[in-house]
Design a protein around this ligand. Structure first.
Ligand SMILES: Nc1ncnc2c1ncn2[C@@H]1O[C@H](COP(=O)(O)OP(=O)(O)OP(=O)(O)O)[C@@H](O)[C@H]1O
Length: 248
């Protein structure tokens, strides 16, 4: 059995431990829920208006919609970077807006995030970029090494472990950012326009990696405006339009 598969399974039991500290323990198969969520930014922009969404555990979901429709805002609400103006955002049975400090950190440890602009640390190697968060979270050196190799292998970057980001192509840099997001084997992976800066071949590679993670059991939510890519995959789609969400 691939090491990452084993890790996801192990993390499921870890995950049960973490649940003890949560506000609500969800016994359902729902991973993410938005209940009548409105997000109005301080300048008065309504990014989401009375939006509802339910994402099941293990689902692979695309979020599509025109530029400025609220896709990033939706993902930011899920990992607590933004708070809803009204309504509830529930992730893993937790009301995200009600979490502070350690409890918010615990939830975020179970969410991997991939950004369109990679957000890599330029002075650190590929291996260091990938393991940086694990070090900050207090993983042992042995555990970090155990996780690093299969993760780099999965994204096809084992031979580039000692390279710096500026020695890599855009597609490779995006795969480093995916490796960083998944090395902690989070049960929920959020990717905000992960293929926005990539050509079709690299975009497809990225989607295939995310699909593999999904096949190991992770719930994956990907925002994109690449309709071709969405059509190429057979995954459910939620469209954001005028702040409302609808399943296509
Ligand atoms: N911090 C902010 N303050 C004020 N308005 C914001 C802020 N962030 C986003 N917005 C506005 O909220 C709306 C939704 O933005 P969001 O970034 O969620 O859209 P998006 O669908 O991800 O767009 P894109 O596809 O271009 O990335 C837009 O009108 C945007 O201008």
């Amino acid at each position: 059995m691939p090491v990452l598969t084993t890790q996801v399974k192990k993390d499921k039991s870890l995950h049960r431990e973490d649940n003890k500290t949560q506000q609500h323990v969800s016994s359902t198969t729902v991973k993410v829920q938005l209940q009548s969520v409105t997000k109005t930014y301080t300048n008065g922009t309504h990014a989401l208006l009375n939006a509802n969404l339910e994402v099941k555990k293990g689902e692979f979901l695309f979020i599509t919609g025109p530029s400025g429709s609220g896709k990033s805002t939706l993902l930011k609400l899920l990992y607590g970077q933004e708070l809803p103006t009204q309504g509830e955002v529930i992730v893993d049975g937790c009301n995200v807006a009600g979490l502070r400090g350690d409890r918010l950190s615990l939830l975020r440890r179970r969410i991997g995030i991939v950004f369109q602009d990679y957000k890599l640390i330029t002075q650190r190697t590929v291996a260091e970029n990938v393991t940086f968060v694990l070090q900050a979270q207090g993983y042992t050196r042995k555990e970090i090494q155990r996780r690093l190799e299969p993760t780099l292998k999965l994204v096809g970057l084992l031979s580039k472990a000692d390279c710096f980001p500026d020695q890599l192509s855009g597609g490779e840099q995006q795969r480093v950012s995916i490796a960083r997001a998944i090395v902690g084997t989070p049960p929920l992976l959020l990717a905000d326009e992960p293929t926005g800066n990539l050509d079709p071949d690299n975009s497809w590679q990225v989607i295939q990696i995310l699909q593999k993670l999904n096949s190991f059991g992770a719930t994956v939510i990907v925002s994109t405006h690449d309709e071709q890519l969405v059509r190429r995959c057979n995954h459910p789609v939620v469209q954001v339009r005028n702040g409302q969400l609808s399943r296509k």
